[in-house]
Design a protein around this ligand. Structure first.
Ligand code: ADP
Ligand code: MG
Length: 579
């Protein structure tokens, strides 16, 4: 082949491979742009693992009508003028590559209005070429939609992982950005469902509750230290809480998410003697150093950084974490009473629903597992089992779901009127029936629980040890893990997505009952059932109702409370006609 200079598009596509590895990297770049533009609210919407759709809306400055095309040109940036500037950057972006690279390998629609201008601009670019531009009315800020990522780079497309994996990566990215910017409100919506929302209170604790749930959050200790010009602050887990991978060690340098195996090692080193091999902490560490001390321009994704004095960084991080876990004693969660953080009462983490809906993304994306085959299987572990199996006799007529009220009741209609269904009671009933029948037929299915051990009191330990046979019968396998420290290894499959802490809490609460087996069974079903306050989508509601329709004794929960109210057509007529 004769030598030829590559066309701009090919250059852009090749470069795109470096900046844009996968949907999560697009999300990261676009969030960085929104933050650089001063946004205080960033809404991320994804569809189909992000490959089909990524949309980032922000309320930042917007782009001037005269500069919109320019923003998509290679090496076009408003953040850097000279190489000198690189050493004292105050923005996340600076290479002027992201928009150009993303637009080269997808179909981009950019709707933006600069704060001081009256009209907005809508620009559509496909595979790097502008296909349309119009002046539009738009709120100040920017909405960037990226559709069909890699549509023109089939080789890249093949490298994308399962949607579930990509979704998880995106969630991790959004959560990390939210940790780095607790003052900014982030919302992440994946396939039509809100999976994460940070309140923008400016408190890291609040972001952590939103990302990892209260159970993890209440074991966190504050980190705060400054040595030799390195400031380390944030939160790190007390020695009672550990995970089996490093995915919850989050490191930030000067507000930038970084990956650095050396510093990650510094964090795990701080737990030496407290954790065993294969145990890793949850940690969120903000490291601040003078910009001259760090080079962020090592790689286009800016996730790798180089330090002038890596050893200084290593020991500063290790010392800061070590001090936090050895000095202060009480996890922050206990300072303001259990189950609350920073005085703000925290929502219960939402467990995964097991309502028999195919591939419904977990409402609790806090479950970010490491990449790999195991992780992929986990994602699908909650897919339906035969509760309310189709061959069970019907106990209710066919019901059509109309909607949900108060995130608590399902309204359904049937041939004989209207039904108001208590979602929690109804789901408890369905799970209980399923649990009983699996136990009776010896077909109980189990699931691995989330990692993490629990420290119990002496009394609780004795209660638990006395009940060990009963618990094994019920499919709960517990491992002693140290003095008074236990871990639930496996549990009935309805408890997929729960951790040892919540399972043991439920079990211990019921073991003292007159009929402990029955009480524990009911307690576990209550734990696994959807909660009041949990928003369900139509498929989930329909799946629950379908199961209830074929459940013996559908009218009461295992605890004897009503599951549904029936308003017959006659009754309704009477009420409205007044006779
Ligand atoms: P960089 O961020 O490295 O400057 P990008 O390609 O990501 O390069 O963006 C190019 C330019 O487009 C930015 O410098 C900025 O001026 C503008 N821009 C991009 N996204 C936004 C946004 N969400 N709001 C306002 N301006 C933006
Ligand atoms: Mg950028």
């Amino acid at each position: 082949m004769a030598i030829q200079v590559l066309s701009d598009l090919v250059v852009a596509q090749i470069a795109a491979g470096e900046v844009v590895e996968r949907p999560a990297s697009v999300v990261k770049e676009l969030i960085e742009n929104a933050l650089d533009a001063g946004a205080t609210y960033i809404h991320v919407t994804t569809g189909g693992g992000g490959q089909k759709l990524l949309r980032i809306s922000d309320n930042g400055s917007g782009i001037r009508a005269s500069e919109v095309e320019l923003a998509f040109a290679r090496h076009a940036t408003s953040k850097l003028r000279t190489a000198e500037d690189l050493s004292h950057l105050h923005t996340l972006g600076f290479r002027g590559e992201a928009l150009c690279s993303i637009a080269a390998v997808s179909q981009v629609t950019c709707t933006t209005r600069f704060t001081d201008e009256v009209h907005g601009t809508k620009l559509i670019i496909e595979g790097g070429s502008v296909v349309s531009r119009q002046s539009v009315g738009a709120p100040a800020g920017t909405v960037l939609s990226v559709e069909n990522l890699f549509f023109n780079v089939p080789a890249r497309l093949k490298f994308l992982k399962k949607d579930a994996t990509e979704r998880r990566q995106i969630a991790q990215t959004v959560m990390q950005m939210a940790m780095a910017y607790p003052g900014v409100r982030f919302v992440l919506e994946q396939d039509g469902r809100e999976v994460f929302r940070s309140p923008g209170t400016g408190k890291l604790e609040d972001v952590l509750v939103a990302a990892y749930g209260v159970e993890d959050s209440r074991h966190m200790l504050p980190v705060e230290s400054e040595t030799g010009g390195v400031r380390v602050s944030g939160l790190t887990a007390s020695a009672e809480l550990w995970r089996s991978d490093r995915s919850r060690i989050n490191l930030f340098i000067n507000g930038r998410v970084i990956q650095d195996s050396n510093l990650t090692y510094a964090v795990t080193q701080a737990y030496q003697g407290l954790f065993q091999q294969g145990q890793y902490p949850v940690s969120v560490l903000m490291i601040e150093i003078a910009p001259e001390e760090v080079d962020v321009n090592v790689h286009p994704t800016k996730a790798e950084v180089r330090f002038r004095d890596p050893n200084k960084l290593f020991s500063a991080v290790q010392r800061a974490v070590r001090d936090a876990i050895t000095q202060t004693g009480l996890p922050i969660g206990y300072q303001s009473g259990p189950r609350t953080l920073g005085g703000l009462s925290a929502p219960r983490p939402q467990p995964m629903l097991n309502l028999g809906v195919e591939d419904s993304p977990a409402p609790n994306v806090a479950r970010i597992a490491p990449d790999g085959p195991q992780a992929e299987e986990d994602e699908y572990a909650h897919i339906p089992e035969g509760a309310g199996a189709p061959d069970n006799p019907r106990t209710l007529p066919v019901l059509r779901v109309v909607g949900q009220v108060g995130a608590r009741y399902i309204i359904a209609e049937g041939p004989a009127g209207v039904y108001l269904i208590d979602q929690h009671s109804a789901h408890s009933r369905v799970l209980y029936t399923q649990f009983r029948s699996q136990l009776a037929s010896g077909t109980l299915k189990q699931t691995d629980t989330l990692p993490g051990a629990v420290v119990l009191s002496g009394g609780q330990t004795r209660t638990l040890e006395q009940a060990s046979l009963l618990l094994t019968t019920l499919g709960i396998e517990i491992e002693a893990f140290g003095p008074n420290t236990f871990r639930v290894l496996r549990a009935p499959s309805m408890l997929d997505g729960f951790d040892s802490d919540s399972i043991l809490n439920a079990v211990l609460a019921d073991l003292s009952a007159d009929d402990p087996q029955e009480a524990v069974m009911r307690g576990l079903c209550r734990l696994a059932a959807v909660k009041a306050g949990q928003v369900l989508d139509n498929n989930q509601m329909q799946a629950l109702v379908r199961q209830l329709e074929r459940t013996p004794d559908p009218f009461t929960s295992p605890d004897g409370t009503p599951t549904l109210l029936h308003l017959s057509s006659d009754q309704l007529l009477r009420e409205f006609r007044g006779r």
